[in-house]
Design a protein around this ligand. Structure first.
Ligand code: R5P
Length: 295
């Protein structure tokens, strides 16, 4: 069945790309806020008897989630046969255990809320910290798309003398794969996070890479501190301006400007989160993951 795609606010461009790739219709969803901040949601186009796909990237999830839950539940009540969610970026993945007594395990509760209103979910490179798969957190069918080949292609096309740098041991395996596919050497740093906005980074010896252009590769650029500290340290070691390449560019608290101020020459992200740094289009890999979930 051809699905009907519905863009939550801010997801129009990604939805438009998907509609071309999936030969799917785009339905109309009206959303707005009442003066006191509550959400209003109305399906303008018919959803009865349709397989509905809501497209809603979930950076800044607190601002978006209620509208999404209302839309999904309304689609069900209005007779949609199946309801899927494409969340190119899926938030609330970090807190997957109780580090301190009394903490909420928000990744589980968030997954529970989404799983209770949609039938399936597709996302791109979720940050599965201590989990190995989405099914450990989400009870509904899910598909995970991997943007690494797209990052490699970007490097191949734009940087002939790249040294790919991964920020920490956790990222080593996939950053090495990005580098190998880009035909570039790779090193990883040692990162210690001291707080939400504070990281310490230790570099290995870089002497043999002096003629290379540093390309810092990470799955998420959130506060930007990881890349900011790395860029400054590379500058102190006499490297030319570094390139920042991230799958999900969240750029919290003017992180984009701080990275430029630290000396980044280019800051590039994928379009999982709409931003002016988007140079890597992942809509095709997302589109490929959808058809099996519609059955
Ligand atoms: C860490 O686990 C991730 O791979 C990223 O390195 C991290 O999310 C980046 O965060 P920030 O931009 O806040 O330093």
């Amino acid at each position: 069945m051809t699905p009907s795609l519905l863009a939550l606010p801010g997801n129009e461009d990604f939805t438009h790309r998907l509609s071309g790739l999936l030969s799917a219709n785009i339905g109309r969803l009206e959303t707005r806020r009442f003066p006191d901040g509550e959400s209003y949601v109305r399906f303008v186009s018919e959803v009865r008897g349709q397989s509905v796909v809501l497209v809603c990237t979930l950076d800044r999830p607190d601002e978006k989630c209620l509208t999404l839950l209302f839309a999904a539940q309304a689609a069900r009540e209005l007779g949609a046969t199946r309801i899927g969610l494409i969340a190119p970026y899926l938030g609330y993945m970090r807190q997957d255990k109780r580090f301190q007594p009394g903490e909420a395990i928000t990744s589980s509760t968030f997954a529970y809320l989404l799983s209770s209103v949609v039938d399936w979910i597709v996302t791109v490179d979720p940050h599965l910290h201590r989990r190995t798969s989405m099914s450990e957190i989400y009870s509904i069918p899910s598909a995970v798309c991997h943007a690494a080949p797209k990052l490699s292609a970007w490097i191949r096309e734009h940087v002939s003398d790249a040294l790919v740098i991964g920020p920490d041991a956790e990222s080593e395996q996939w950053v090495r794969a990005v580098a190998a596919d880009a035909g570039a050497p790779c090193i990883t740093l040692e990162k210690t996070r001291r707080g939400d906005r504070e990281v310490e980074i230790r570099f290995p010896d870089l002497e043999r890479w002096r003629d290379r252009r540093a390309v810092l590769v990470d799955d998420i650029i959130s506060s930007g501190r990881t890349m900011e500290v790395a860029i400054r340290k590379l500058g102190e070691r006499g490297f030319p301006a570094s390139i920042c390449l991230g799958i999900h560019g969240l750029f919290a608290e003017n992180a984009f400007e701080r990275l430029l101020a630290a000396g980044a020459s280019n800051i590039v992200s994928s379009n999982t989160v709409g931003h002016r740094s988007n140079e890597v289009d992942v809509s095709d890999i997302v589109a490929k993951a959808v058809p099996p979930l519609l059955k």
